[in-house]
Design a protein. Structure first.
Length: 101
């Protein structure tokens, strides 16, 4: 028994939509960072689905590079978040202007 690729693509579309909605609605920086990660994982699921359906490994290689970019994004994002939280305890995305000084 095999699951059709359309189910994986539907799941990826739902995950990406949840990530976009969360990114647009929430103002907490950590939640926004998690929403971006959710969108990247949805793209990874799409790459792996097409790679498996087409019997080609290049999609899985693309997933590796997306994971490297996601790891770098987390490092930079958490660095910015720590810098904001040092200046103000309840930081939101609107508090990035605190980093000017």
């Amino acid at each position: 028994m095999s699951i059709a690729p359309s189910w994986y693509l539907t799941l990826a579309a739902m995950l990406f939509s949840i990530g976009v909605i969360g990114l647009l609605i929430r103002r907490n920086v950590l939640v926004m960072l998690m929403c971006v990660e959710l969108m990247l994982n949805a793209a990874n699921l799409t790459f792996v689905t097409y790679s498996r359906a087409l019997n080609d490994i290049s999609g899985q290689a693309a997933v590796f590079f997306v994971l490297v970019v996601a790891a770098a994004e987390v490092v930079v994002g958490l660095g910015i978040i720590v810098a904001i939280f040092r200046r103000k305890t309840g930081a939101t995305a609107d508090d990035v202007h605190l980093l000017k000084d």
